[in-house]
Design a binder for this molecule. Structure first.
Ligand code: ACO
Length: 363
């Protein structure tokens, strides 16, 4: 049987996440993501995805300390990042630095310990290469700051506001895990050969880099920039639809109802309303665009996808678009790791077949 792109093929059994596109449900370890996002921190949700239970106070403290320890990069990893050309994309720097962890005694730790350490390290890798590219001094991590707060601190060199931290953290928690997407699949294929975690994460980052997977929010930003103000929503969107163009941030291959992540990001935007004109524009634009899509594309059920409000949130916290995919990856690091750990337990190699369709000739 041949199925192009493995579309619709069930390739693994998983207890990590459930993506129910028909009913618009996303569950981490059986729990509705909404419940987790509203009630728990990044650190708690990450712990839950990795260990399959919520941490006690002591466990959370221990886990947080391990993440903080990961923020201190080994000197040789710092040197590798610092010697990369500034033209290297941040995704390239992440892939190279994470790969470099696999060249040392780091691999002697058990896989879970490696996963926690690298989750702590990735935001530091991102910030280091970003600031090198901008020719800005490196900012030291601050152990008093949470994972999310420290990321913004190391990027910007100023203490972020509570609203900024909350907005970004909502996004990070919502994008930690999303079933057998291309990068998660790549990570599972790599570890299925009994390779190691840095190798699997290197595969995942390399896969995430492609614009068909991790690159969409920047396009939504362009749309919001083109709209600029409420009075221009209709004219900009109608022009696109009349030309047969797609409206960025709307529609989804799997979700045929509202993307649950989009609903939660919208709620985060509403909570923050008044704090940033971009969030206000996004919430106003959504209503009008949805009704225009229903008029021009009746019955297609086109709703906002996660990228629409992600872009608005990123813009409201002054996150440059070069950091969108790296930031997405920093969240997905947890999901990749949880899948790798599950795949190790499964212990069967992925080895599908190919069908030869070339010529057969005698030499
Ligand atoms: N704007 C206008 N029309 C749309 C849109 C849109 N955003 N999305 C779908 N349609 C229309 C199509 O033109 C098509 O119309 P038709 O029946 O007249 O031909 C119909 O709805 C079905 O569209 P498909 O492209 O077949 O839907 P599919 O489920 O295959 O595509 C996709 C999903 C690729 C996400 C699409 O909705 C799209 O291109 N959206 C805009 C880009 C975007 O926001 N991408 C981010 C996705 S989220 C993520 O990657 C994490």
């Amino acid at each position: 049987m041949f199925q192009k792109g493995l579309k619709g093929v069930v390739a693994v059994h998983t207890k990590v996440g459930l993506v129910d596109g028909d009913n618009g449900i996303l569950r981490y370890r059986g729990v509705d993501v909404k419940e987790l996002v509203l009630d728990y921190s990044f650190e708690e949700v990450a712990y839950f995805l990795l260990y399959n239970n919520l941490p006690s106070e002591n466990e959370l403290q221990l886990f947080t300390n391990k993440l903080i320890k990961g923020r201190t990069l080994p000197e040789y990893v710092q040197t590798i990042i610092d010697t990369l050309p500034s033209t290297a994309s941040i995704m390239d720097a992440m892939r190279t630095a994470i790969s470099a962890f696999g060249t040392t005694g780091f691999l002697e730790k058990d896989t879970m310990e490696q996963a926690i350490h690298l989750t702590g390290a990735l935001p530091v890798i991102i910030a280091r290469h970003y600031r090198n590219q901008q020719e800005l001094p490196i900012i030291e991590q601050n152990s008093d700051f949470s994972h999310t707060e420290n990321y913004l601190w190391m990027l910007q060199g100023t203490s972020p506001s509570l609203a900024q931290v909350e907005a970004l953290e909502t996004y990070l928690k919502l994008t930690m895990e999303h079933g057998l997407n291309a990068s998660t699949f790549a990570a599972r294929v790599t570890i299925s050969t009994e390779s190691d975690l840095p190798a699997a994460l290197t595969s995942a980052i390399g896969t995430m880099k492609g614009p068909l997977h991790g690159g969409a929010p920047a396009e939504v930003l362009n749309l919001l920039e083109e709209i600029k103000e409420e009075s221009r929503i209709r004219v900009v969107i109608e022009e696109k639809l009349k030309k047969g163009e797609k409206v960025m941030g709307f529609g989804h291959r799997i979700y045929k109802t509202e993307d649950p992540r989009s609903i939660l990001l919208r709620e985060a935007c509403v909570r923050l309303q008044g704090s940033d004109p971009w969030l206000d524009l996004a919430t106003m634009a959504e209503k009008e665009i949805t009704s225009l899509l229903e008029k021009y594309k009746p019955g297609r059920n086109l709703y906002t996808n996660v990228e629409f409000y992600a872009a608005a949130i990123m813009r409201s916290i002054d996150m440059p678009s070069v950091l969108f995919t790296p930031t997405f990856s920093m969240a997905r690091m947890v999901g990749w790791s949880a899948h790798v750990i599950e795949q190790v337990e499964d212990a069967s190699i992925f080895r599908p077949q190919s069908l030869y369709v070339g010529d057969i000739s005698e030499k």
